[in-house]
Design a protein around this ligand. Structure first.
Ligand code: GLN
Length: 214
């Protein structure tokens, strides 16, 4: 099963929906050999897996259609390093708030996420975020109908937060709750934002490092 060739680990990108090409390009720049994954046989060949953004309810359905749901759950439970962005974070979470009742979870992250958490007013936004474990200054983070992590268990390391939306009761000048938007639990990494579209491969480098360690 292990297919590490030299020091270039093989990292899959779940290719059911979303920015697959962008993740492949970033992983290659970060020192991995990147391959799209659509079938169980392809999944069994990878040393790590990226779950891109998209629509978590659709991706959940496609995982079932492509017969990837159970094999992927099993590999994640077995310690497969995984990196989820946005919808990928939602899929990896133990529990989803504001999800669809039939949407499936992969597990891997002992967190509760809230879908579309930032609300309509701030549907999409960008921020420069310092991220624990990412050297070289803040990362430009692009949020698109993003979730946040509402609760994280003790074993989950919070890597980044952003100020949440204004509270209607206290208005725009009131206090803002810091919302968790990047986490790591062992070899599982996840961001509420899209790290693949800014040309900055530092988060992919962090992930490829986790894959090498695993
Ligand atoms: N809102 C989407 C969902 O629920 C996630 C958005 C994204 O991946 N950019 O899956």
């Amino acid at each position: 099963m292990t297919t590490v060739s030299g020091t270039r680990p093989v990292v899959g990108v779940l290719a059911l929906q979303g920015a697959v090409r962008e993740h492949v390009a970033m992983l290659e720049r970060a020192g991995a050999r990147a391959v799209p994954v659509r079938r169980p046989a392809e999944l069994s060949e990878v040393d790590g897996l990226v779950l891109p953004g998209g629509e978590s309810t659709t991706m959940s359905r496609l995982l079932e259609t492509f017969e990837l749901l159970e094999p992927l759950r099993a590999r994640i439970a077995g310690g497969l390093p995984a990196f989820g962005s946005c919808a990928g974070l939602i899929l990896l979470a133990r529990q989803v708030l504001d999800g669809r009742p039939d949407q499936q979870q992969l597990g891997g992250l002992d967190v509760v996420v809230r879908r579309n958490a930032f609300g309509r007013q701030v549907d999409s936004f960008e921020a420069d975020l310092p991220i624990t474990g990412v050297p070289g200054g803040p990362v430009r983070a692009v949020f698109i109908r993003a979730p946040w992590v509402e609760k994280a268990a003790g074993g989950v390391e919070v890597l980044a937060t952003v100020p949440g939306p204004a509270d209607p009761d206290t208005g725009p000048d009131g206090p803002r709750v810091a919302r968790i938007v990047a986490v790591r639990q062992g070899a599982v990494l996840a961001t509420a934002f899209h790290p693949e579209i800014t040309g900055d491969e530092r988060l992919h480098r962090l992930f490829v490092g986790l894959v090498r360690e695993a």
